[in-house]
Design a protein around this ligand. Structure first.
Ligand code: ZN
Length: 160
């Protein structure tokens, strides 16, 4: 038996103000689209803003459904739009934010497991990391320089 140790390194900023201007702008776009989410069941609103290599910004928010599993997270709403409309254009950066109507969310909110798997597909496909920034409604912002920090041992097309 051999033990392996997996470590992830993330950067934590005390507030959005500490981040470069371009990231602050991307996060503000994420907040604007978050506030248009359709989330009447969870009352948990999420926004995603993707900066593409061609300068386009792709936005998404969560879209819920009375049949719960039919809904979709903000991250996948955005990344699938990017994949559909900008095939072959790499995704450089992703800003994610969340807010609850039930309490004040100050904890940086990472993508769920299913979204991490979906983002991983694009990172593998474009052979370049996607920088991911995530936060709650206010407070700290976490930066991951690559999706792989958030999803070690990814399942990708090399297994197929
Ligand atoms: Zn998700």
């Amino acid at each position: 038996m051999k033990e392996i140790k997996i470590t992830s390194v993330l950067q934590v900023y005390d507030s959005l103000d500490e981040l470069p201007q371009d990231i602050q702008e991307l996060m503000h776009q994420s907040m604007e689209i978050r506030d248009k989410a359709y989330a009447p069941y969870s009352e948990f609103w999420v926004g995603a803003a993707l900066l593409m290599e061609n300068g386009e910004v792709v936005l998404g928010n969560n879209q819920e459904n009375a049949c719960y599993p039919s809904g979709l997270c903000a991250e996948r709403t955005a990344i699938y739009y990017a994949g559909a409309n900008f095939p072959g254009i790499p995704i450089l950066k992703m800003a994610l934010c969340a807010k609850s109507l039930k309490y004040q969310l100050v904890t940086p909110t990472p993508p769920c497991g299913a979204c991490r798997q979906a983002i991983a597909e694009y990172e593998v496909k474009q052979e370049a990391p996607i920088e991911i920034y995530f936060m709650g409604e206010t407070g700290k912002v976490v930066k991951s320089s690559s999706l792989s920090n958030l999803l070690p041992l990814i399942f990708d097309n090399s297994y197929l």
